[in-house]
Ligand binder design. Sequence first.
Ligand code: ZN
Length: 67
Amino acid sequence: MRSCPYCGAPLTFERMEKIYTCSGCGAALSLQDIVELRERARAEKEKTFKEKRRHEEYLEWWLSSKK
Ligand SMILES: [Zn+2]
């Protein structure tokens, strides 16, 4: 079963309208919307991770240079 990219609740497929609706937040999404949102969320997560990593590296460098 697919889960909502917004809240993670399971999505229900509306056969008549060919869209997915979320029981959690009430979002109505096409399959393309879901794919795009998931891709965007993944890219966002990666970016956050890289920034965090860079900060940690900087911190390590800063701490080691203070010895
Ligand atoms: Zn939702």
